[in-house]
Design a protein around this ligand. Structure first.
Ligand SMILES: [Zn+2]
Length: 337
C-alpha cells in the first residue's frame, strides 16, 4: 500500500515538475536569443525590433507580372522589396521610413479595394500597374559587394521601425500618391487625372528640391519632330512657326505647372504635352531656337503627393518621417493596423 502511495506521489510530482522544467528551459532559450540579438552598436547593424502582430494583413499575395507566378510574402518582407525598388538607398533614413509608410499604406489601399484587377493576387510588381518590387537577390546584384549588407539593413530598418503603421484620413488608408521631384511645389490630382475627392492631396511647397539631379532637365526637338509627335495624336494639327504666337502658354495651374498650351491650331493640357514630348513633368518652359524647339523642365513625375527628393530634403533639414508625411498629406494620421 505504501509503495502504491509512493508511486502515486512520484507520478503527481512528475506531472508538475516536467512542465516547470520545460518552461525554464524555453525561457532560458529565449533569453539567449534575446541576448544574442540585443543591439550591437555599429553603424551598419540593423537594430532589432519586436515583430509586429499583424492580425489581418500579415501576408500578401504578390503577382510577378513577368512570370505570372503568385508568391505569398509577409507584408514587411514584401515592403523591403518595394522600398528598395522605389527610393534610392542613399536617401536619409527618415525619408526611407516615410517611403515605407507610403508603401504599406498603398499596399493596404490595394488589398482593401483591389477592384478585381488581379484575380488571385493582392498586388503586382509592375510599377505601371501597382508598385515596383525587387527581390533581395536582384537588388544585391545592383549594389557593390561592400555595401550590400549595409544598404539592405538600412531598408529593413526603415520598414521594421514603421511596422504596423499606415497613413489614414478619416480612419481609412489614404491613396498615397508619390513622385520623384515636385520642382518645389506639388500638384492636385484634378490637374493630372481630372479626379478629385482627395482632400489630403493639396499643393504644398518644399525647399531644397533644386539640389537634386531630378530637379531640372531638357528636351530638344526639331520642328519637324514636334509636328510628327503632335500629328500622331491630333491629325488635324497645323502650325506656322513664323507666327509669333505659334506656341503660347495659355494657362498655369495653381502649382505653376502648365494647364493649357497652344501649338498652332491645337490646345494641349500640360499633362498631355508631357506625354507627347516625353517630358519629365508638366512644369516647363518652351522656346524656339532656329528650327529647334527646346523644353526646359522642372521636377520629375506627376507631382501629386509625396515628393521623394522633397522627403530627403526635409529629412536633411531635421524632419522625421511623421513630419514628412504630414507635410505632403494634409490632415492625415499615422495609425496602427
Ligand atoms: Zn498590378
Amino acid at each position: 500500500m505504501r509503495k502504491i502511495l509512493l508511486y502515486l506521489f512520484l507520478i503527481v510530482l512528475c506531472a508538475f515538475l516536467i512542465p516547470i522544467l520545460f518552461t525554464i528551459q524555453f525561457a532560458t532559450a529565449n533569453a539567449d536569443v534575446a541576448n544574442l540579438d540585443s543591439p550591437i552598436t555599429t553603424e551598419t547593424e540593423t537594430p532589432q525590433f519586436e515583430p509586429y502582430d499583424y492580425k489581418e494583413y500579415a501576408t500578401i499575395k504578390l503577382l510577378h507580372h513577368k512570370t505570372g507566378e503568385i508568391e505569398e510574402l509577409g507584408i514587411d518582407e514584401y515592403l523591403y522589396g518595394v522600398v528598395s525598388a522605389e527610393m534610392p538607398v542613399d536617401f536619409e533614413l527618415e525619408a526611407l521610413k516615410a517611403q515605407a509608410l507610403v508603401a504599406r499604406t498603398y499596399t493596404l489601399y490595394k488589398v482593401k479595394g483591389n477592384n478585381g484587377k488581379h484575380v488571385d493576387a493582392d498586388i503586382c510588381d509592375d510599377s505601371e500597374c501597382c508598385q515596383a518590387w525587387i527581390s533581395k537577390e536582384d537588388r544585391f546584384a545592383k549594389w557593390d559587394a561592400n555595401v550590400q549588407e549595409e544598404n539592405w539593413n538600412k531598408i529593413v530598418n526603415a520598414v521594421n521601425s514603421t511596422a504596423g503603421k499606415i497613413i489614414t484620413y478619416n480612419g481609412e488608408p489614404i491613396n498615397a500618391f508619390f513622385h520623384s521631384n515636385s520642382g518645389g511645389s506639388t500638384e492636385i490630382p484634378l490637374n493630372v487625372w481630372g479626379g478629385s475627392g482627395y482632400p489630403y492631396l493639396q499643393v504644398v511647397e518644399t525647399a531644397g528640391e533644386d539640389a537634386y539631379s531630378q530637379y531640372s532637365s531638357e528636351v530638344e526637338l526639331t520642328t519637324s519632330e514636334l509636328i510628327e509627335k503632335i500629328k500622331a495624336v491630333h491629325t488635324e494639327f497645323q502650325i506656322d512657326f513664323t507666327q509669333a504666337d505659334a506656341i503660347q502658354i495659355l494657362e498655369y495651374t495653381d502649382s505653376g505647372r502648365i494647364k493649357t498650351i497652344k501649338f498652332g491650331n491645337v490646345n494641349l493640357s500640360g499633362v498631355e504635352a508631357r506625354t507627347i514630348f516625353g517630358l519629365r513633368s508638366a512644369n516647363f518652359k518652351v522656346e524656339q531656337i532656329g528650327d529647334k524647339i527646346k523644353f526646359t523642365v522642372i521636377g520629375y513625375g506627376h507631382g501629386v503627393g509625396m515628393s521623394q527628393t522633397g522627403a530627403d530634403a526635409l529629412a536633411k533639414q531635421g524632419s522625421n518621417c511623421e513630419d514628412i508625411i504630414k507635410h505632403f498629406y494634409i490632415g492625415v494620421e499615422i495609425a496602427n493596423i
